[in-house]
Design a protein around this ligand. Structure first.
Ligand SMILES: [Zn+2]
Length: 367
């Protein structure tokens, strides 16, 4: 690796024999002031498009060229992830991956903005909906959506995730969150995590809502150290106990909460996206903040007083990907996948889907 004197840009190359070296496309500098040094020959900076004038005037050509080339993966495209994916595409990012194996159901429609009744009736994959919405929103000339119909807890899912520069964690299960927590440190890929929780009174009325956002990167505490990942819950999830109502009842533990309100999940996606902008654009010269949480009842935003634990097993694996304690296993391939029953769609639905596809192609073809 070489550090250029003029603009402090890293370049890297490696030799596999006596031939010419292979040049690295980019070098990531993983810290709260995250940087990527691009090899402009291998991955040239895109020219800003007419749709990006206001974006570029907000942070300049150099930042746009940096952000647009960054490969971003969104793991989980439910209420928060779907919103995040669309806004990343509109910002001009050229390559966005989405990872989810779930399908759209009618009960998702109160919070997955952009998913339609037709999507639910056809049980379309959430990733297909995400791709359609990202392609509609994208402002880059060469936008590429990559679908990973995988779980981050399976070896293929983990391998796919390692191809990205930044990952959004928009999943709420402990096991996938543990895998993402590990990637942030062992593989030096920043992970932006967070979500929204609803708190109710015993009589069912709304007591408060709390949304959190934090960037997991060396120099900032991991999910365990900031109190957002319970190692005991990870073990229960790996053993399938969190889906076992009898076990939950016997143990007195709480099953994962499923409450969600579309009007509030936008707060969580905004908080995650603000972390993304701080990590990449360094507003005011500052990088990613420490963990944040917002209380809806009092409208109070606070910095969570968390720091890295001295013996944290995740942060102890920083930059030691090859020696990782493997959390993505064959069991993760099967776990939590429902039985997919494929019933053919009603004839009217097929016709509606054909018309929808034709309309989308016509709109995307407009210059
Ligand atoms: Zn930690």
């Amino acid at each position: 690796m070489t550090l250029a004197g003029d603009d402090a840009t890293w370049s890297a190359r490696f030799w596999t024999g006596n031939d010419e070296p292979a040049w690295a496309e980019s070098v990531r500098v993983a810290s709260p002031e995250f940087r990527i040094c691009w090899n402009n020959d291998l991955r040239p900076a895109p020219h800003p498009t007419a749709s990006q004038v206001r974006t570029v005037s907000s942070w300049g050509d150099a930042t746009q060229a940096f952000i647009a080339r960054t490969r971003v993966l969104v793991v989980g495209v439910g209420s928060v992830g779907l919103d995040v994916a669309q806004r990343l595409a509109a910002t001009g990012i050229e390559t966005i991956g989405v990872m989810d194996f779930d399908t759209v159901e009618a009960l998702n429609l109160d919070r997955m903005i952009g998913a339609t009744r037709l999507d639910a009736a056809l049980h379309r994959r959430k990733t297909d909906v995400a791709v359609r919405l990202m392609e509609s929103a994208a402002t880059a000339d060469n936008f590429t959506a990559v679908v990973h119909d995988l779980k981050i807890t399976e070896p293929d899912g983990l391998r796919s995730a390692l191809e990205y520069d930044i990952i959004f964690s928009c999943v709420d299960r402990p096991w996938p969150r543990a895998v993402l927590n590990q990637i942030a440190y062992a593989d030096l890929i920043p992970v932006i995590d967070g979500g929204v929780a609803i708190v109710t009174f015993d009589d069912g009325r709304l007591r408060s809502s709390i949304w959190r956002a934090h960037t997991l990167v060396p120099g900032r505490p991991c999910m365990v150290c900031n109190g957002q990942l319970d190692l005991a819950q990870v073990r229960l999830d790996q053993n399938g106990h969190l889906d076992d109502p009898a076990y939950i009842a016997r143990s007195g533990k709480e099953s994962p909460s499923s409450q969600n309100v579309a009007a509030l999940s936008a707060g969580a996606s905004a908080a995650l996206l603000a972390q993304f902008v701080s990590l990449l654009a360094h507003p005011g010269g500052l990088g990613a903040p420490g963990p944040l949480r917002f209380f809806l009842s009092t409208h109070h935003l606070e910095h969570v007083p968390a720091s890295s634990g001295k013996y944290c097993p995740y942060e102890a694996e920083t930059a030691r990907a090859d020696e990782r304690h493997n959390l993505a296993t064959a069991e993760g391939t099967k776990a939590q996948r429902g039985d997919s029953t494929t019933t053919p769609p009603a004839p009217g639905l097929e016709e509606a889907a054909r018309l929808e596809q034709a309309l989308a192609e016509a709109i995307n073809g407009l210059s």
